[in-house]
Design a binder for this molecule. Sequence first.
Ligand SMILES: C[S@@+](CC[C@H](N)C(=O)[O-])C[C@H]1O[C@@H](n2cnc3c(N)ncnc32)[C@H](O)[C@@H]1O
Length: 259
Amino acid sequence: MNFHVQHDKNQIVFEDNTTIPLYSKEGFKLISDLWLKMSWDQKHAYSFTWLGRPVIQIPEDIIRAQEVIYSVKPDVIIETGIAHGGALIFYATVCQAMGKGRVVGVDIDIRPNNRKAMETHELSNLITLIEGDSTSLKTVEMVKKQVSEKETVLVILDSGHDYNHVWKELEAYSPLVSAGSYIVATDGVQEFFHDIPRAKKDYPNYVETWPTNNPKKAAEDFATQNPDFIIEEPEFLFNEGNVDFRITYWPSAYIKRLR
Ligand SMILES: C[S@@+](CC[C@H](N)C(=O)[O-])C[C@H]1O[C@@H](n2cnc3c(N)ncnc32)[C@H](O)[C@@H]1O
């Protein structure tokens, strides 16, 4: 629905003339949802590094991931889709700080410069790289070899974002996830992004499917069909403010293993 921000009256007016206060939780959510779309259009996530490597995330998502990692304290974090390695190194940093854990990164195409940067990084001793399609049997077997049975495992899926690919990843990697830990299907916000100018320009043959063809839907269907898993919003570990929702590219992403 279209809306109009009236700064002089501190309110937001909708097409049907209903209003909400501009400076309210509801107003903040409305503007934040729009901010998410505008930030994606402007490639805001492509402007951060972590310990020298580009990390293609918005800061809130990466900070919330840290909160979950610190709560779960996994022995192994598996990330599919590593790109330049910034997120993988971020997760390795949290492991280093906790004095526990290591990371395994999977990507279909680890470019030589990215590989070199990760293999020579200060945290390289905590990082294992596996090149291959994250859903191929061969790759999944290689990942499984990196994990022993008693270890606590957390998985973050950030490779392909179409429904079928995420579904296959959920099926392949969820058996590795420990009870109480998570498999995280990132970038479900794609569901809401089909009308963004850059989405139409960069993904013309695919964008119309986004409302149903996205990681959020795959995660929700997976949790519905697998009673050992639920979608669970990570608890806010500290909150002295009014906002109790995440401003996120990762809605319905955190799939917790119950047993
Ligand atoms: C969005 S980027 C990952 C960003 C990274 N996680 C970060 O936070 O900086 C997606 C990556 O997934 C990889 N990818 C795409 N399809 C894949 C597949 N089938 N298997 C493994 N990796 C894949 C791409 O090569 C790309 O590097």
